[in-house]
Design a binder for this molecule. Sequence first.
Ligand code: ADP
Ligand code: ADP
Ligand code: MG
Length: 502
Amino acid sequence: MPTIQKILVANRGEIALRIMRTAREMGIQTVAIYSEADRNALHVRYADEAVCVGPAPSSESYLKADTIIEVCRKLNVDAIHPGYGFLSENANFSRIVRDAGLLFIGPSPESIEVMGSKLAAKAAVAHYNIPMVPGTPSAITDRDEAKVISAQIGYPVLIKASAGGGGKGMRVVECEADFDEQMDRAVSEALSAFGDGSVFIEKYVTSPRHVEIQVLGDQHGNIIHLFERECSVQRRHQKVVEEAPSAILTPEIRNAMGQAAVDVARACGYYGAGTVEFIVNDSLDFYFLEMNTRLQVEHPVTELITGVDLVKQMIYIAEGKPLTIRQEDLQIKGHAVEVRVYAEDPANNFLPDVGTLDTYIRPQGNGVRVDDGFEQGMAIPIYYDPMIAKLITYGDSRDEAIQKMIRAIDEYQISGVQTTLPFGRFVMEHEAFRSGQFDTGFVSKYFTPEKLASPANSTESTLAAVLAAYLLENTKPKATLSMPNGTATGTKKSQWKANRLG
Ligand code: ADP
Ligand code: ADP
Ligand code: MG
């Protein structure tokens, strides 16, 4: 059985750091790669060795498979962890890694290939009795036929890119008159984002919830699930707030979904960590959406409620070790909530708002986990995903986790860019979220920028932020002192207030 001694993390930012931390705990050496835009990044400083692999655009650096393999040869690396995004769901890359005699910390190229296509995935699980949303079983080739099927399914329907991901290539069609226009849009978006214009139709489930199951499989055919994550608070079909467990599942439905997820994994001979996504309607019927063959952004909420380090398990599995966790050993303990802190302006349609983190002070304390890749004074590069951090809180109960989240958001001090933190606070305080009765329409149903009432949007606070930034620049030693007992003075106070909601 190969034992990994040196891992290269083919990623950047918070996830690169998160992976290297576990590797270090396991006594494994770490190698970072970075682009010219990331020279001073924290993941570069954290690694035992770091190699620049090219200019800022990811196509010229983080996506350069051959360069990455070359780095592994030079530095005697034995395994590559791809993180999420970038090359993580690229079957070809995992094949190249395998052919180079290295371990890919993830599933086989064959599993990635099948699950990378939503249509192939549906075909693969067809024999397993997994509930699926009504729709076309293959890519649309004939529009008239597609319209007939849509009418049978009943509008609204969703046109979806088979190769889709990250919420892209998806169009809702309300009625037949809109069909052609939405179809054109979906195909062109799919072509430009994924280089593959295949689209299919699914019934658009109204008021759905997104609930996904974490699975772990080893190379000996053992597969377990680690319960669910609720990810229904989304903008642009992308998640912003996640939690585990879901506020609405019964133990029976949880078991049934867990079993279905294990079957999906079995259908593609899965090993490694993976996520099976389901859509759940208001009667709690669930339907298979897709499987993500990688570590998920929101994996920490699962780690907190199960006590399992998913990256550690991924490493053991890649080494060929059998799983030592049995399904019956697993229990949900407590509740965890995650807010993704994006450099985006929630008051302006969640548009990315890149810039420099003039102030950046993390919340701390019992039950608070911050996974990030930035420090005060760093700029958020325009080339990559604008996620600054993931703020995760854990408590004995859902209410406790939410209260901790509100406290942590209030402590988090960020200036220089707008962030999704005030939106996170809005969600935590909203009665629909508090009661657990919400769906993927949360943002469109309840959220308008005025609801933020954030001082950060007012002229007064903009002035305060400018003044604070000036003071920070000119009184460095004092300004970088951390705040004692949450009490704020001078510069700090205006910053403190700038992050709070009225
Ligand atoms: P999750 O949050 O569930 O892990 P996301 O859909 O939010 O998954 O994607 C995580 C990251 O991977 C994001 O940065 C997203 O842009 C990227 N991503 C996901 N799927 C694709 C894809 N097919 N092509 C390119 N990027 C993708
Ligand atoms: P991606 O690969 O982009 O993540 P998914 O199939 O996982 O695509 O869907 C992303 C999101 O889009 C879901 O979380 C859900 O909010 C919405 N969605 C997907 N399919 C449906 C459907 N059939 N009905 C309603 N909403 C859907
Ligand atoms: Mg998805």
